[in-house]
Design a protein around this ligand. Structure first.
Ligand code: CTP
Length: 240
């Protein structure tokens, strides 16, 4: 079934988003060093899971690519009839999943915290301790959002995240928006990492910046509430 993002109502409702096919990535990557060790990061996956839930609540079909998170998602989410779950561990796995899935997604939300570097070679078995220390040889991980661009469905809305120090949040977010050829980017100050709240701003390619109305005095909002707002914004029609 094909889906055109053509919402004539003011905002997408549950019925409005029905038939929309969304692809969401969440969680960290683990880059193997040997059969038992990896390089990872502290991403909890919470934001991506909340977005998947919000898109389901808005009526979309959701494929969730989920990394190795510490706390498993709720049984209600896993049992949702419009959710399809794909698991990944490393950035290589995620790249393969993206190449499979992007072609059928009308909306892509890349909330996964993908490694920027990975071990160049993966040792077989378990590396032994030596007295001489260890220097790791790392290689760059391709920017998956940019490198899988040719696999995207034409006209799809692709949204990334940017976790940046507050003083260069907007500049870096806008630069990533262009470099990764995105529809939008959610910029969040580094200071809110791992927190239950987010201080997110959605920068769109049309030059506008949007924030939820119901933030507290400090600009913060619970991740769940932010996700619901974001789902509405991303499924809404674009002004002509
Ligand atoms: N991302 C990606 N592939 C990577 C690293 C990040 O697709 N190898 C995606 C993330 O999922 C996120 C966005 O790019 O949606 C921004 O991630 P971030 O780590 O902030 O950006 P980088 O491009 O890695 O830039 P920098 O390290 O300079 O901040």
């Amino acid at each position: 079934m094909s889906f055109t993002i053509d919402f004539r109502g003011s905002h997408a409702t549950g019925a409005g988003a029905r038939g929309a096919c969304a692809f969401v990535t969440a969680g960290p990557t683990e880059e193997p060093l040997d059969d038992v060790r990896f390089l990872g990061n502290r991403s909890s996956g919470r934001m991506g899971l909340a977005i998947a839930e919000a898109l389901l609540a808005a009526g979309a079909d959701v494929t969730l690519a989920l990394g190795p998170i510490r706390t498993e998602p709720s049984a209600a989410l896993l049992a949702h009839p419009r959710l399809r779950l794909v698991r990944f561990r490393s950035s290589r796995d995620l790249e393969a999943v993206m190449r499979n899935e992007l072609g059928s997604a009308d909306l892509v939300v890349m909330a996964a915290a993908v490694a920027d570097y990975r071990p160049k070679a993966v040792a077989e078995g378990k590396m032994r301790r030596t007295d001489t220390g260890l220097v790791l040889d790392l290689e760059g991980v391709p920017d998956l959002l940019a490198s899988t661009k040719s696999a995207r469905k034409p006209g799809s809305r692709v949204v990334g995240f940017a976790l940046e120090p507050r003083d260069r949040l907007e500049r870096s977010a806008r630069e990533k928006l262009e470099r990764k050829d995105l529809f939008g980017i959610v910029a969040n100050p580094l200071e809110t990492m791992d927190a239950p709240d987010i201080e997110g701003t959605l920068f769109l390619r049309d030059g506008t910046a949007r924030v939820p109305e119901d933030r507290d005095g400090g600009g913060r909002i619970a991740k769940q509430a932010f996700a619901a707002w974001l789902a509405r914004e991303l499924l809404a029609p674009q002004p002509a």
